[in-house]
Design a protein around this ligand. Structure first.
Ligand code: UD1
Length: 358
């Protein structure tokens, strides 16, 4: 069986690694890896390939950044000849980025079967580009691999045939389980004079938070205040960095540390030891739930409700008063505790291989 994996952006890389590895251990399976080039900076892409031990892609389409329509169209145009050449039996797409939906569209028109890893998640918020990508990809996929039962419920509700849906668990957690032992002491803590001290870890890159300078200004002002109580480490995504250039950042406190994006292992090491995490990322809501670290999500909704229902996640919306109040609550020792969702056990990739090779 010939399987093509299509990945493009940072959160895809942690998801493809365990699926590729599981399939590599099975007989009669040839794999081809395509990187669309949606993310191309060394610290958004190369470092993840190295640390996650993913081989060099067989194809790099080098699409780079552009508007949504341009980026999606460019991926489609460059991927079509690769699919025609490689004649896969199945193409696997991951998560909810533009590369995911672009690949699904190309394959569906070429009558190539599609597997969607991380299917069924819904924020029910169509202003998020990722929600559009999720809904469309799930419409087109033949195998829908869900990370949690809410994914199955959403797909059944949308009329997807039950036989296509496979509850396999969370592949991102597979990677975390495998690499946590290698996530040693984060060197950055020494550098920032935070070794042995409590600190909070922040990531923000959603367009709704960072593309509007007023919103971003409000969030940064809140983080500035929070850094008066607990050191803040904030690795800044390129999209957020671009927007920050337009803002006056001269009043940033010395305990609000704005640093460059960091590699997977370093981030995991920092996350594991953090007192709390503030984020708008989907993956970090899941990782913090697994690690038992309190997570405050700066969004009105989440496509990962299980992290709120059973995990450590709290949605604070864009209410900065609420964000600050929740930080104070955590610092006073009243953080909420959680449990790890079923099938977030490091074996989701193997279960996907079982389904595919059946
Ligand atoms: C993309 C995904 C988002 C995911 C995020 C993780 C979509 C719609 N969004 O958002 O779901 O959570 O990746 O990081 O697919 N840039 C660089 N270097 C890079 C990549 C991007 O400088 O390697 C800059 C460019 O200016 C670009 C901007 O970041 O315009 C945004 O990149 P883009 O790929 O469009 O979306 P992300 O915000 O990264």
């Amino acid at each position: 069986m010939q399987i093509v994996h299509v990945v493009g952006a940072r959160p895809n890389f942690m998801k493809v690694a365990p699926v590729r590895a599981a399939l590599a251990g099975r007989e009669g399976c040839r794999q081809i890896l395509v990187h669309t080039g949606q993310h191309y900076d060394a610290f958004m892409s190369d470092v993840f390939f190295q640390q996650l031990e993913i081989p060099e892609p067989d194809y790099n389409l080098g699409v780079g950044s552009a508007s949504h329509a341009q980026q999606t169209a460019e991926i489609m145009q460059r991927l079509e000849p690769v699919v025609l050449d490689t004649k896969p039996d199945l193409v696997l797409v991951y998560g909810d980025v533009n590369s995911t939906v672009a690949a699904a569209l190309v394959c569906s028109k070429l009558l190539v079967r599609i597997g969607h890893v991380e299917a069924g998640l819904r924020s029910f918020d169509r202003t998020m580009p990722e929600e559009i990508n999720r809904v469309l990809t799930d419409r087109l996929a033949d195998y829908l691999f869900t990370p949690s039962k809410d994914g199955n419920d959403n797909l059944l509700h949308e009329g997807v045939g039950e036989e296509k849906i496979h509850l396999v668990g969370n592949v991102m957690i597979d990677t975390l389980v495998r690499l946590l032992p290698r996530a040693g002491d984060p060197g950055l803590l020494e550098q920032l004079r935070l070794a042995g001290k409590p600190y909070s870890l922040v990531t923000l890159h959603r367009p709704s938070n960072v593309d509007d300078s007023e919103e971003l200004g409000k969030i940064l002002a809140a983080l500035n205040e929070i850094s008066g109580k607990i050191g803040v480490i904030f690795p800044v995504h390129p999209r957020t960095r671009q927007m920050m250039r337009d803002l006056h950042l001269d009043k940033i406190s010395p305990t609000l540390h704005l640093v460059e994006p960091i590699g997977y292992l370093e981030f995991l090491a920092l996350q594991r030891k953090a007192t709390l995490v503030i984020t708008d990322s989907g993956g970090i809501q899941e990782e913090s739930t697994f690690l038992g670290v309190p997570c405050l999500t700066v969004r009105e909704n989440t496509e990962r409700p299980i992290t709120v229902d059973v995990g450590t996640n709290i949605l604070v919306g864009r209410d900065m008063g609420r964000l600050k109040a929740e930080v104070t609550r955590i610092l006073s020792g009243k953080a909420r505790t959680g449990t790890i969702p079923p099938l977030w056990d490091g074996k989701a990739g193997e279960r996907i291989a079982d389904v595919i090779l059946g």
